[in-house]
Design a protein around this ligand. Structure first.
Ligand code: ZN
Length: 299
């Protein structure tokens, strides 16, 4: 994956007003500031007393993935420019283990909150703290009870930590204010985390089970538009070329269909998406076969 060389990427890698955290101590402080910040005080404390919060805060700690044998940087290396690699070295993501109760409270203060998720990149809500302080962070929260379950499973750890690190590095790479549809963002994030794990020598890579249709969609987009194009769009937030390709191959409106929020309970939604994905793959006969498509997308 190659971002244009020769242009000053610093401006896009470090959007003005963004704050990255330089050490674990500051990451811990960031967390306590988040809890104590006036805007979120109301939200976070709506369900917790101050003394409960203090107790929960004292149970937070950060982990070093390398100590668990997970090298996130080498998983992500195939997709990153040199500047992005430098950013990961200078401002690595901080993985903070957060007790369930605090995780759920913080979820309310972060964007796209999904308190059932194993982990969440702390994408600070632009309408709340983001507006007040104008920054995002390199902090990832991991839910303590889930973490205790998967901490001894290197495959899950590798995919999960790579997934969250990709959220951080892609947010840091996109120009300020650029939003990528949630469905597409999660799918490509998971797809690249899996692909990177395979390329870093993992023989067994299992989808962690999150975002299955999203991940399939990302796979098909990489076949249809090319992996470089997909990665470039992911890091820049500019999907116009891929959108044009998808609409040309699948018919006008296909991109809208593929990127709309999915209703998992509606089996027709899932069926329609699978059919569209299959037809897109079939039109790229130089890339793949229908048998391959069927094996990947299911019957
Ligand atoms: Zn995610």
């Amino acid at each position: 994956m190659v971002l244009e060389k020769g242009v000053d990427q610093k401006a896009t890698i470090f959007p003005p007003g963004w704050k990255f955290i330089a050490n674990e101590k500051d990451a811990q402080k960031f967390l306590s500031d988040l809890v104590d910040s006036p805007t979120d005080l109301f939200r976070v404390r709506s369900s917790l007393s101050a003394s409960d919060l203090n107790k929960l805060m004292s149970r937070c700690y950060s982990i070093d993935p390398k100590k668990s044998g997970v090298d996130v940087n080498s998983v992500l290396a195939p997709f990153l420019s040199n500047r992005q690699k430098d950013l990961l070295k200078t401002f690595p993501p901080y993985f903070i283990i957060v007790p369930k109760e605090l995780y759920e409270s913080l979820g309310k203060a972060t964007k796209g909150s999904n308190t059932g998720a194993l982990a969440t990149y702390n994408d600070v809500h632009p309408d709340l703290i983001g507006l007040m302080l104008g920054f995002k962070s390199n902090v990832v929260f991991l839910r303590e009870d889930y973490f205790q379950e998967f901490r001894f499973n290197p495959n899950t750890m590798r995919t999960l930590l790579s997934h969250e690190s990709l959220h951080y590095i892609s947010e840091a790479s996109r120009p300020g204010g650029v939003e990528v549809p949630h469905f597409i963002n999660e799918g490509i994030t998971e797809y690249l985390a899996l692909l990177g794990s395979l390329r870093s020598g993992e023989s067994i890579v299992k989808n962690s089970g999150i975002y299955p249709i999203e991940t399939m969609t990302a796979y098909v987009l990489s076949k249809v538009a090319g992996e470089d194009e997909l990665t470039k769009a992911y890091f820049s937030g500019d999907f116009s070329r891929i959108r044009a390709t998808v609409d040309r191959l699948g018919g006008f409106g296909s991109w809208e269909t593929l990127t709309a929020p999915i209703d998992y309970k509606n089996t027709n939604d899932t069926k329609e998406r699978r059919a569209l994905l299959r037809s897109l793959l079939a039109k790229k006969s130089d890339f793949t076969t229908l048998a391959e498509a069927a094996s990947i997308l299911g019957k």
